[in-house]
Ligand binder design. Structure first.
Ligand code: 13P
Length: 248
């Protein structure tokens, strides 16, 4: 069985000093308790990749980024390519986070192209899907997340088996309102069936959205929840360590 993946998404938070403090606390906790059945990863702002690569060297915690360009190189001001991420030892990159879809107009096609660019550079894309509260209340959850995943599967083909998918209901992100374990499992089961049809049934399915030290164990106990993508709680060492511990 693959290890449970517990990935922190720092979003646009941190500083050189704060990152080092957070890492030292995390490292001390991991040295004491280990990561056990979990693979931990930290998805940090691009400007801090070099710092975190150095701090995290040989720790067993994987380095991740939060976005990647769909383009290989050239006149794309402000963008960071997959090859550049690879230069800093990045193993995972989040693509299609709802905040990028919402604030940066990322379409399913762009998300799929970013996932493709990551895989081509040997980086595992963490492909995010999720419905808004309005869509959930209209009974559209399955069709929304199914459509978002289908767009990526169509572009990745057989390589989809090397990706990770994260279900992040938009209404649960940063709101303190978490999907219940049953709500998460229901969506994950439908994503699993869709992945199986594409020959990618073993893709790890992460849950994200107000996952914290108190609710992680019950979410991770669901058969199709293979890990978590954690925002706010990944900025607090004690909370993130508890989430890693609850993956046992
Ligand atoms: P929160 O854990 O802060 O709700 O964020 C979830 C998320 O968006 C992770 O990518």
């Amino acid at each position: 069985m693959p290890k449970t993946l517990i990935a922190g998404n720092w979003k646009m938070n941190g500083s050189l000093a704060a990152n080092e403090r957070l890492w030292l606390e995390l490292a001390a906790g991991l040295a004491a308790g280990g990561t056990g059945a979990a693979q931990a990863a930290l998805c940090v702002p691009a400007v801090y990749l070099e710092q975190m690569q150095a701090l995290m060297a040989q720790s067993g915690v994987a380095l991740g980024a939060q976005d990647v360009s769909a383009q290989a190189s050239g006149a794309y001001t402000g963008e960071v390519s997959a090859a550049m991420l690879q230069d800093f030892g990045v193993q995972y990159v989040i693509v299609g986070h709802s905040e990028r879809r919402q604030y940066h107009g990322e379409t399913d096609a762009v998300v799929a192209a970013k996932a493709r660019a990551a895989l081509d550079a040997g980086i595992v894309p963490i492909v995010c899907v999720g419905e808004t509260l309005e869509q959930r209340e209209a009974g559209e959850t399955a069709s929304v997340v199914g459509g978002q995943l289908a767009a990526v599967l169509a572009v990745l083909g057989a390589d989809a088996a090397r990706a990770v998918v994260a279900y992040e209901p938009v209404w649960a992100i940063g709101t303190g309102r978490t999907a219940s374990p049953e709500q998460a499992q229901e969506v994950h089961a439908s994503l699993r069936a869709q992945l199986a049809e594409a020959g990618a049934q073993d893709v790890p399915l992460l849950y994200g959205g107000s996952m914290n030290a108190a609710n992680a164990a019950s979410l991770l106990a669901q058969p199709d929840v293979n890990g978590g993508l954690i925002g706010g709680a990944s900025l607090k060492a004690a909370d993130f360590l508890k989430i890693i511990a609850s993956a046992q």
